[in-house]
Design a protein around this ligand. Structure first.
Ligand code: 13P
Ligand code: SF4
Length: 377
């Protein structure tokens, strides 16, 4: 672990981000599907409109079936903000629940059933690390105006940092517009944390020659003075679920299914995006399969649960996971199991909320500003 020195952030490096982690009580560990389905239904009936359950597209079937809304990360936060519910149970990962807390009203409480559901990619760019790297970078290039842009898949304190430095948040669908915003206001974009989304976006903007990858703690990586002149600096983060896909997987699926349409998430490597027919967020992937003609084959380059849902929801379409059995589920998403959902809902009935996500006030204000800048794109 590198030595870290904060220039002004009140934040810590931590695996799960929130230290008031509550584990699932023993009595909830062995519930049968039948029993918990009944108990979830009873709790939901008692809570009525006081609760809304949100499920990310990567959640398992037993969660998605109980969700009021299933969608992509940003769409679900919007749903939370639009709902009148006092409690928002967010079946997703920490950064998503944080975003929901940031954009919901103060009198709404956001609950993440398992506090262990922390996206590893968000953890690759903790605000404390970025703050230290930022010092190095701005010291190495005092005349250059660097604007930080962070992907939605990042913690609220990093979103707040970006707002403070004149930057903003983006989703996988509007990253190109966020880059343009940053380049209109500065000389260089520092994009965090996903280098693949950053590289794919630079290609989309015809700026592939202007990127440099940077890991401030890798002794083999370029130092700050050598990268400061680049137009786009990519933080060295990635998603292991999406990095797994290769161009060979695309070639193999095309050999097996001559007419296959290949659709991949922009967190995939450049070579995979180049070989695919369509690239887009989890919503785009859902939409493509939902509007496909019966009998069409769609090969899906994203987390395996979404491919499985799509096959269940659209049996008339031939849905194929891009790398077959080698496709991964997301280890962080998997932490939210249906026993946790039962536990948090029954806790609400007893007026005893568990695993509440509450972003500190100042951080939430700044994170919201970074999101608002995105909404104005
Ligand atoms: P979406 O915002 O497209 O749902 O993606 C979230 C995510 O975690 C992708 O790995
Ligand atoms: Fe994070 Fe990847 Fe999981 Fe998405 S799929 S939540 S980016 S680890």
């Amino acid at each position: 672990m590198p030595e870290l020195r904060s220039v002004g952030l009140e934040t810590d490096l931590s695996l799960f981000k929130y230290d008031d982690l509550e584990q699932l009580p023993e009595r909830y560990r062995e519930l049968s599907e039948q029993e918990r389905t009944k108990r979830i239904a009873t709790a939901r009936e008692a809570l009525g409109d006081d609760v809304v359950v949100l499920g990310h597209n990567y959640q398992r079937r037993e969660i998605v079936e109980h969700a009021d809304f299933v969608g992509d990360s940003y769409e679900l936060s919007r749903r939370a903000a639009e709902a009148d519910a006092e409690y928002v149970v967010f079946c997703g990962v920490t950064f998503m629940a944080e975003s929901a807390d940031v954009i919901t009203d103060d009198d709404q409480t956001v609950i993440l059933p398992s506090m262990e559901a922390s996206c590893p990619m968000a953890g690759m760019a903790e605000a404390l690390q970025v703050d230290t790297a930022w010092e190095k970078l701005t010291a190495a290039a005092p005349d250059s105006d660097v604007v930080p842009v962070t992907y939605m898949n990042s913690y609220a304190d990093l979103k707040a940092f970006c707002a403070e430095q004149g930057g903003l948040v983006c989703t996988s669908s509007n990253a190109h517009e966020a880059f343009e915003y940053a380049l209109d206001r500065g000389d260089t974009v520092l994009f965090l944390p996903d280098k693949h989304l950053g590289e794919n976006t630079a290609h989309r903007l015809g700026m592939a020659d202007s990127i440099v990858e940077w890991d401030p703690w890798d002794s083999d990586s370029k130092d700050a003075s050598a990268i400061a002149d680049a137009d786009i600096i990519l933080w060295d983060g990635y998603c292991q679920v999406h990095e797994r896909f290769t161009a060979d997987h695309v070639a193999t699926v095309r050999e097996r299914f001559e007419d296959a349409n290949v659709i991949v998430h922009p967190e995939c490597r450049r070579e995979v995006v180049e070989a695919a027919d369509v690239v887009g967020s989890t919503s785009t992937i859902r939409e493509a399969v939902a509007t496909a003609d019966p009998g069409e084959t769609w090969a899906i380059g994203t987390e395996i649960h979404l491919s499985n849902h799509l096959q269940r929801w659209h049996p008339e379409v031939n849905v194929v996971p891009l790398c077959g059995d080698a496709c991964m589920d997301c280890n962080a998403m998997r932490q939210v199991d249906p026993n946790y959902l039962t536990w948090v809902l029954e806790g609400l009935v007893e007026n005893d909320p568990h695993n509440v996500i509450e972003v500190p006030e100042r951080e939430a204000e700044l994170a919201e500003l970074a999101i608002e800048r995105m909404l104005e794109l």
